[in-house]
Design a binder for this molecule. Structure first.
Ligand SMILES: NC(=O)c1ccc[n+]([C@@H]2O[C@H](COP(=O)([O-])OP(=O)(O)OC[C@H]3O[C@@H](n4cnc5c(N)ncnc54)[C@H](OP(=O)(O)O)[C@@H]3O)[C@@H](O)[C@H]2O)c1
Length: 326
């Protein structure tokens, strides 16, 4: 592992947020919501998930981060259940969080109020088709984090109508700083919406979107963008080393600046444009750099990248299930 990447992991793991604010304009509220993240026990978490059993189909990376977040937020280990064919993964989850291990997916569904689908998209059809009958009897809330699989595919494979929430988390959820977009079908009750949001907020921040097709935009915005930010970080670090800085120094300064900027934006009362102005003295260094970025078409390039990711998300859904309807 590169030295600077190790630095990055240490910084991310230790990320702590700042303060909360009242009476803000909508855009500033959105930034402030990010600033309030703290990975501490969530207010009302235990009350919201009281008496609910959350069953995970798939115990891989995302399931482990969600289970870890829920455990930190106050879930009772008796409320968490997993099935994964990999016995080693199950044993690890049991050791780390005390979760119950189900004998198979069928047994898991019979004992769960919420089923979190956390397997790879390519195996979801074969996982769901045998579960139709038990789902018709039990009628759990389905919370799918599976990328690219639409709700109509899930219901067709289960061959029943159920409340389904489709969520798109991102990799920072692995360190409790995720950003998740969610869409609920019409069968989801307000109580189930509140429950799902509470569960996903345990690994960061979550927002509802109005249409299922908006999930493709979420994929482009927060699903894929950790890589955009890391690419920018990579370029900045390289610029530093090209200028003669030691690689570790360049990496540490660049990463801390990225992290510090996110916290500054999240905790400030000022609009983004004003914060940019604040660091841009007339005829100064920042002004010269921003001018170079603008004349290089940075904003247009980001929008082109976004559109490419959004379009690919739609294509992937059709590749994974040619019968799906957007
Ligand atoms: N990682 C992310 O940042 C991210 C972001 C958004 C959405 N997602 C979505 O989250 C889902 C999980 O991703 P991940 O990164 O956690 O994948 P992962 O680490 O590969 O976990 C998936 C787990 O499902 C298990 N599995 C396979 N067949 C199963 C079955 N029949 N029943 C129960 N479990 C089964 C796999 O076991 P084997 O390994 O033995 O097959 C594996 O342990 C994916 O659909 C992905 O699209 C991930």
């Amino acid at each position: 592992m590169q030295q600077w990447f190790a630095w990055a992991q240490i910084y991310l793991a230790s990320a702590q947020p700042t303060k909360t604010r009242q009476n803000r304009q909508p855009s500033q509220d959105a930034f402030a919501a990010v600033g309030t993240y703290n990975n501490q026990p969530l207010h009302n978490f235990s009350i919201t998930i009281l008496n609910q059993t959350i069953g995970f189909i798939g115990g891989g990376n995302m399931a482990a981060s969600l289970i870890g977040g829920m455990a930190t937020a106050g879930a009772n280990h008796r409320q968490l259940m997993v099935y994964d064919p990999d016995a080693t993964r199950c044993a690890q989850l049991q050791r780390d969080y005390g979760v119950h291990i189900a004998a198979d997916n069928n047994a898991l569904v019979t004992q769960s109020d919420v089923i979190v689908l956390a397997v790879k998209p390519q195996v979801l059809k074969q996982v769901l088709e045998p579960l139709g009958e038990v789902c018709r009897d039990k009628r759990p809330l389905i919370l799918s984090i599976v990328a690219g699989i639409r709700i109509d595919s899930i219901l067709r494979w289960l061959n029943c109508d159920l409340p389904v929430i489709r969520a798109m988390p991102n990799t920072p959820a692995l360190v409790g700083l995720g950003a998740t977009g969610m869409f609920a079908n019409a069968a989801v009750s307000d109580q189930q919406r509140a429950l799902a949001k509470t569960l996903l907020d345990a690994v960061g921040l979550s927002c509802w979107v109005k249409n299922e097709s908006d999930i493709d935009a979420v994929t482009a915005l927060s699903g894929s963008s950790p890589a955009y930010f890391m690419r920018f970080l990579e370029a900045l670090i390289e610029a530093g080393t090209d200028a003669g800085l030691a690689a570790d120094t360049s990496a540490a300064l660049a990463l801390q600046t990225m992290r510090g900027t996110a916290h500054l934006v999240g905790s400030s009362d000022q609009a983004l444009a004003q914060l940019i102005t604040n660091v841009t003295s007339p005829q100064g260094t920042t002004e010269r750099a921003l001018s170079a970025l603008d004349s290089g078409g940075l904003k247009d390039l980001v929008k082109t990248a976004f559109s490419a990711a959004q379009q690919r998300a739609g294509e992937l859904a059709e590749e994974l299930d040619p019968d799906s309807v957007n």
